[in-house]
Write a protein that binds this ligand. Sequence first.
Ligand code: 2M8
Length: 423
Amino acid sequence: MTKLRMEEAAHSILARNDRGGYTVPTDRLYPFQWNWDSAFVAVGFATFNVDRAYRELERLIEGQWDDGMIPHIVFHAPSDTYFPGPDVWGTRHRIPTSGITQPPVFGMALRHVHEAAIANGMADAEARTRALFQAALRSHRWWLEARDPEGLGLVAILHPWESGSDNSPAWDEALARVPTTTTTVIRRKDTGHVDASMRPRDEDYQRFIHLVDVYRHCDWDPKRQWTNAPFKVADVQMTAILARATADLIHLAEVLGAEGDKAELAQMHRTLLDGLARRWRPSLSRFVSLDLISGNDIETPTQAGFIPLVAVTLDDAQRDAVMAEIERWLDGMVVGVPSAPRFSPAFEPKRYWRGPVWAVINWLIADGLRLNEAEDLARRIEQVTVHAVENAGFCEYFDPTTGEGLGGDTFSWTAAAYLVLGR
Ligand code: 2M8
C-alpha cells in the first residue's frame, strides 16, 4: 500500500473507533475510553483534524475526579464485551469510571494539540487549551500529593494496570506478594477476543482483581489506599512521563501568561528530575524502578528503563551507554524495541507486555533519543515502527522476532503512531 493509502486507512480506523468525540482503543476488546490511549490518539488527530483532537481530550476530562485524578477508563456508554466493568470498580463517580489512573501523556498531548491549533489559526484555541491546562494542572497536583506523599520525587503505581504495561516482568516479584483470592467473580472477556497465549495469565488477573477489591474497600480514598496497598512501585516510566508532561505544561503556562502556575510547575519539575536522576544505574545502562514495599531496586530489564529520556538530559557517557544498550536489545530482532529483551529469562515474544513491540513505546523512546541528540537511532526506530505497521497492519503489538502483528487489530493508538511517526 502507498503511504497515502496507509494514512487513509489510519484515518478510517480512527473514524471507525469514534464513539462520539472519544475513541475506543479497538472495537469489542476495549469498548470504552482509555486515558493514555486517548492522549496518543489526540496527537494523531492533530495531524489532520485539530477540533477532533481537542474533543478527545475534553471527553476524557469528563471523567476527571474532584480530587484531580484522571481515571484510566471512562465508561461513557455500557458494553458487556469487557471485564472488569463499572460494577466491579464501584467508584460511584457521576460518569462511571475505573478507580485507578494511567500514564499522564495528557499534558504532552495538550501541547501538541495547542501548537497544531495555533498553526491552523483556530479561533478558539486559547480558550480550549486554557480549560484543559487547568484540568492537567489539577491532575499533576494529584499525582504528587496522592502518589508521592513521602516526597521521593518519584510517583508510585498501586496497580500494574496503572503503568499501562499490565503484565510486564518488572512487576513479577512485587505482584507475587499479592494474594490470588478475590471477592469479585472473575469473568474474563479478553481471551474470547484474543488468543490466551498473547494475554496475561489467569493468575495475573486474580491478583489484578484482588487489588481492585482492596482499593474498593478503601472507598477509593487515596490515603487509605496508600496505607493498605499490597503493591506499591515507584515507576520510572510513569515518573518520566509526568516530568515531561510537566515541562510541556510549563511551556503552555508561559504561552497562556499563567505565571503563578508556571512557578508551581517548575518546582514539581525539579522534584521529579531529581527523583529520576537517582534511579540511573551505570552498571545496567538504564534507569530502574523502586519497589516501595521491599525497598529493592527492580532490575528486571523492560522498556521502562529507557523512557526517562523523554524528560532527562543525559550526559555524554549516559547517552553513549543507553544507545549501546538499545542496540543490544535490537540485535537479532526483526522489529524492535522489544518491551523485554531476548536475553531476559522472562522474554516471551508474543505475550503482551513481556516482549512484544508497541508502536507508542517506540514513539516515546524515539522522542527521548531525539531530545538527547541521538537523531540517527531515533529515526531508525521510527522507521522500523512504520514498516512494521505497513507489513503487518494496525495491530495492537508486534512479535519482535518475526514482525507478526498480534493482539487486537484496527488499533487506534497504532493508527495515531503511524500518522505521527510516518510524517
Ligand atoms: C491494556 O490494558 C487494559 C487494562 O487497562 C487491559 O488489558 O484490559 C494495556 O495495553 C494498556 O496500556 C492500554 O491502555 C489498554 C487499552 O489499549 O489495554
